[in-house]
Structure formats: C-alpha cells, structure tokens
Design a protein. Sequence first.
Length: 429
Amino acid sequence: MTTLRIAVAGLGTVGSGVVQLLEQQRELLTARAGRAIEIAAVSARSRNKQRNVDLSSYRFVDDPVALASDPDIDVVVELIGGDEGPARSLVEASLAAGKSVVTANKALLARHGTSLARAAEKNGLALGYEASVCGGIPIIKGLREGLAANRITELHGILNGTCNYILSQMRDSGRSFNDVLAEAQALGYAEADPSFDIDGIDTAHKLAILTAVAFGTEVDLASIQIEGIRRIGALDIAYADELGYAIKLLGTARRAEDGIEQRVQPCMVPKAAPLARADGVLNAVVANGDFAGKMNFVGRGAGGGPTASAVVADVLDIARGARLPVFGVPADRLEKARPCALDQRVGAYYLRLMVVDRPGVIADVAAILRDHQVSLESVLQRLRAPGDNVPVVLTTHETQEARMTAAVVQIGALPSVVELPRVIRIEQF
C-alpha cells in the first residue's frame, strides 16, 4: 500500500507531541497500519518558535488552509483550536477537497460537529476526534465501538483536569478555592484566564460530543445546563468529606422519558465510587450500557503525550482504511436532540446555609422544606456562636428538582439567611 501522507496544522504541545510520536514509533505504526505514515507538511503561526521537536526536515506552510488543496497531502491533522477562524476553515475545506481529517478540537465539534459529520460521510471520508475528549482515554472508541451493541442509558464524566486538580487540592489541603487556583496557574494546570475551565465551558464542549456518540443525536451544546466550581468553598469540601462524599465537577447525560438530560455541575459523589477516586488532573467517565452494565474509563485527560497518542490512533485507523460513522450512527440518521425538563429530575441534595445563630432558624427552614414536600435526611450544625453567623448543612431524601429549587428561593429570602444558599446535587453510583 502507498504511504499515507499527513499534514499537521498547529504545533503547540499536542502538535509537537504528534510529530515526536510519529518519529519515535515509525516502525511500530508501519507494522500496525500495513503502510508507512509520513508527515508531508506542517503549519503554525510561527515558523521560528522554539519547540521540543526538530521540524527542520519538514515542509512548512504558512497558511494552514492551503493544506486542504495540497495534492501531496492525504490527511489533515487540525490542532489549531477554536470553533471559528482558520481551524474551522481548514477542516471544512479539507473535507470538501476529499481529505480525511483528525482533530483534537472539542470547541469546533461542539459547535459544528453535526454539519462536519455530514460533510465527511457525504464524501466517504473519516473525521477522527478521539483526542477531543479525555486526552489519552479511548472514550470515543469505547462508546462508539466497544459498547456499540448497547443502548447507553447514562454517562457521567470528570472531563476537565484543571477543575479536578483544584477540587482535589482543596480537599487534601483545606485551602480556599482562590489559593488553589493560584497554585494551579503557577504549575501550568490552569490558564491565566481560567474561566473556560472553572466555569464549566470546556466540560460542556466535551459532554456535547459524548452525548451525541452515546445517544445517536445531533450535537446539542445549547441545551446543556452549565455551572462551574467558583462557588465551591473549603467549607463545602469539608462537609462533603464528613458526609462520605467527594465533590467533583461532572458532565452528566441521561436518557429520560421526555428526552435527553445534559448538565455540567459540581456534584457530591460517594467516596467509594470510581469517579471519587479519580484525583488530580485525571479524567474519568462512567457509562451505563443496558447489556454491558457500568463501564469505567480513567486516565490522563490532557498533556502532549496522552493527547498525541489519541490523535495518532485516529491517523492509524485511517491508514488501515477504517471508515465509521462519525457519531456511531450515519449522520443523516442522527436524531434531533430533544432536551428533557431538567426540573423534573428526582434526586437528593446538599444544602448549606450561612445563618444568624438564634432560636427558630432551623424550624423556619424545615417548615419551608416541608411545605415544598422536601424531606430532610440530616442536619449538621457544628459551630455555635449566638448572634453571629454560622453554617448549617442539610441533606435531603430524593425529591423533585423543581420543589427543591422553589424551597431554596424561599429559604434564601429569610432574614436569618445571610448568604446565597449553596445547593449541590448528590449523585449515587
């Protein structure tokens, strides 16, 4: 078979890692693909930037979109990033020109994944994106191929290593969110502007992709309810630990009777659950199949090595001639995503209040919960300081989310409640 000629657009940590991996694993990849894989061209914003790999032997193309029309290139690897601009232009132009594409660009797929899948399949091309979700964990292959015989009923994922690192360090050290965030930035785990990660946007992009693969729907980023971790305090971490839980930022997708539930929120997870034990910068996903049962995927979700591994795995599939439907179902048969009514979910909740310590406060709160048919499981009040502000923590039995939301609004209006109540969903696995 002829050599597969690829172009790598974007030479940051992941792009440089791809070049390095292809060089070091050349013989292994040739043996597994049955043909040689070579880099025909590279492209990046800066030709002369210092990188950890020697690019002097590769043809450098200044305009990445020009790679799409280059007759000496078979496959384009897009590692530029961003949901618009040169990344989108390159991918769309490459598919139109008859070139298969591999990308690690979760934002692009979350915004335009359905149309890109249709373009690829219309032209008989591959669109590989394993590296876009959970770095080196083969979660796309796991859902699309390994669990292809199953109907997925739900999945939950720790999809952002920055948030997982912050929450793990807060638990282990007892420090505040702001202190740990500053440390994460100093270590390079968080960006100078961390909002994309800590506000849940990155997790939402990845969840939108996983939902499409798991449930055979069009990508539906707009229907995801998103809440980040800015409001998680050291007090919440400590109370969660006392109650037997760990707090994790989860991307959750469930098949409900009236549609698909998609949300990104901090959740309390039992300490014994696999998701609770995935700490630091690790990612983890639990998927529930109707025949296979619960499957756990855990590993490094970012970094040059793990992400490059996923990119090259997709290149290898293309070299072998694999052409699977992009989202597991032919693009013209993807169902229109139908969001369910999130406020109808039934589950348990953690509620933390900061209140003025005086007689009758707990009775007032309990009365409101009773009136909204919310049943209490436990009440914790460790500190007493009459006349001062003290934390009160309550956990509920399972209740409808709409009832819990209405009760919390009323509780927050009580004169004795001095801060916005903190509500965290409790997930049982």
